[in-house]
Design a protein around this ligand. Structure first.
Ligand SMILES: C[S@@+](CC[C@H](N)C(=O)[O-])C[C@H]1O[C@@H](n2cnc3c(N)ncnc32)[C@H](O)[C@@H]1O
Length: 384
C-alpha cells in the first residue's frame, strides 16, 4: 500500500487528510508559532500551554510543540472523523511535550475549561464563520498575560455587506468603507475589548491582519484594563461624497464636523456612513512584532518570506488611527492618476502628520492629516 501524501511546513510533517486544509494560510500559522515563542522568551520559565481549539489536521498544535516552545498542547476539532489523523500527526510531538486530543465543539471544550479552572498561555481559535459566540468563554480560557489568537472568515457582516448580521454579531453598525479589512479587524477587536471589560479584564492588540478571506487578531489579556483603555472604543464616519473620514471615541462623543461636501456646513450634505462601536486604537504592538521577527531570525521557528514581509509591513504601521484611503480613491477625488504612496507618506510626515503606508491593506494611506490636506499634498506631488 502506498503511503498517504505528506505536507511539510516549518518543522512539521503532516498528513492533511480529506478535511479542510489551506496551504495558503501558512503565514497565519507561522505567526502563531512566533507569538508562542515570544511568550516563552518573555516568561519566567513557567509552562507555555497552548489550546488549539479548531485544529483541523493538527498542524498548528504540532508546530506549537515542535517550534513554538509549548510545554503542552491540546488539539481539539469537533469533527470526530479527524481524531485518527490528529493522533497520527501529533505522535510526532517530542515526548517532553504533554499532549491532549479531543473532539468536542469549541463551546463544550471552552466551557469545560471554565468549569475546571484551566487557563492557557495561548488559545488559538481558527474558526470558520464568525466566532463571536465563543469570545466570552475563549477569554476565560486565557491566562493573564496570555494571548488569544482568533480568526473569523465572516467577511460579509464585518465589511458592511450584511448589516443585520453585524448588529447581531458585533452589536455594531458596519458600513461599506474603502478600508474594509481594517474596519472588519476593528469590529472584531471592539467585540473582544467589550467582552473583556465586561469580565473586569483588559486587553491589548498584538497583531491584526487579513488577506481578505480570514480576519485574524491576536490580543494579550490583562487582569485589569489599563488606564484609559476604554477611550479606544469609538466610531468611524466616512463620507461617500467627498471621501472625508472622522473618528470619535465613545468617551467624548459629540457632533460630527461638517465634511467638505457642498451644503455640509448647513447640514444639507450627504449623510455620513458611521461604523462602530469598534476599536479605534492601535492594531499592532510593534514591540511584539519586533520580538517575533527576532525569534524568526534566531532560527528554531520558521517564517516564509511573504510572511516576513507582511510582518515587517505591520511593524512599520502600528495603525494608531483608523483613517485609511486607497491611493485609487485619492486619485478619483483628484481626477488624475494615483499619487505615489511612499512620497505621499513622506510629504505628509514632513508636514507633521502621523502617516504611514497601511500594513493591513496594500496601496492604502493611513494618516491623521485633514482630508483636504491629503488631497492637496497628493495633487502637489502629481503636478510636480
Ligand atoms: C479553519 S479549519 C482549521 C484549520 C487548521 N487550524 C489549520 O491551520 O489548518 C476549522 C476547523 O474547525 C472545525 N470546527 C468547525 N466548527 C467547530 C466547532 N464548533 N468546534 C470545534 N471545531 C470546529 C472544523 O472541523 C475544521 O477542521
Amino acid at each position: 500500500m502506498s503511503e498517504p501524501p505528506h505536507y511539510c511546513e516549518g518543522a512539521a510533517v503532516v498528513e492533511t487528510g480529506d478535511g479542510f486544509f489551506r496551504p495558503a494560510s501558512r503565514p497565519a500559522r507561522d505567526f502563531g508559532v512566533l507569538l508562542a515563542r515570544t511568550l516563552v522568551a518573555a516568561g519566567t520559565d513557567g509552562p507555555v500551554q497552548v489550546l488549539d481549539g479548531m485544529a483541523g489536521c493538527g498542524i498548528r498544535a504540532l508546530r506549537y510543540g515542535l517550534e513554538g516552545g509549548a510545554t503542552a498542547v491540546w488539539a481539539n476539532d469537533a469533527d470526530p472523523d479527524r481524531l485518527p489523523l490528529l493522533e497520527r500527526n501529533l505522535a510526532r510531538l517530542p515526548a517532553a511535550v504533554h499532549r491532549q486530543l479531543s473532539t468536542a465543539t469549541a463551546q463544550q471544550l471552552l466551557a469545560g475549561c471554565l468549569v475546571e479552572g484551566r487557563r492557557f498561555e495561548l488559545v488559538d481559535l481558527d474558526a470558520f464563520g464568525c466566532p463571536a459566540a465563543l469570545v466570552p468563554l475563549a477569554l476565560e480560557a486565557v491566562a493573564f498575560g496570555g494571548v488569544l489568537y482568533l480568526a473569523s472568515t465572516d467577511g460579509r457582516s464585518a465589511t458592511g455587506h450584511d448589516r443585520l448580521a453585524a448588529v447581531r454579531r458585533f452589536g455594531a453598525a458596519a458600513r461599506a468603507h474603502p478600508a474594509s479589512w481594517e474596519i472588519a479587524l476593528r469590529l472584531q477587536l471592539g467585540l473582544l475589548a467589550r467582552t473583556a471589560w465586561a469580565m473586569g479584564r483588559g486587553l491589548s492588540p498584538l497583531l491584526s491582519f487579513s488577506e481578505g478571506r480570514a480576519f485574524r487578531t491576536a490580543v494579550r489579556l490583562a487582569r485589569h484594563p489599563a488606564a484609559g483603555e476604554e477611550a479606544q472604543l469609538g466610531l468611524v464616519a466616512h463620507c461617500h461624497g467627498c471621501g472625508d473620514q472622522q473618528v470619535q471615541s465613545l468617551l467624548r462623543l459629540g457632533r460630527w464636523r461638517p465634511c467638505a461636501c457642498p451644503g455640509a456646513a448647513l447640514d444639507q450634505g450627504p449623510a455620513l456612513a458611521v461604523s462602530g462601536p469598534l476599536w479605534i486604537g492601535p492594531l499592532q504592538d510593534p514591540a511584539t512584532l519586533v520580538a517575533m521577527l527576532q525569534q524568526a531570525e534566531g532560527g528554531g521557528a520558521h517564517l516564509e518570506r511573504p510572511g516576513r514581509r507582511r510582518l515587517e509591513r505591520l511593524r512599520d504601521d502600528p495603525a494608531a488611527t483608523p483613517r485609511c484611503w486607497p491611493v485609487d480613491v485619492i486619485a478619483r477625488h483628484l481626477g488624475q492618476g494615483p499619487p505615489p504612496l511612499a512620497p505621499l507618506v513622506a510629504a505628509l510626515r514632513a508636514e507633521g502628520f502621523a502617516t504611514a503606508a497601511s500594513g493591513v491593506m496594500a496601496g492604502q494611506l493611513r494618516s491623521e492629516a485633514p482630508w483636504p490636506v491629503i488631497v492637496a499634498t497628493a495633487r502637489r506631488l502629481l503636478d510636480r
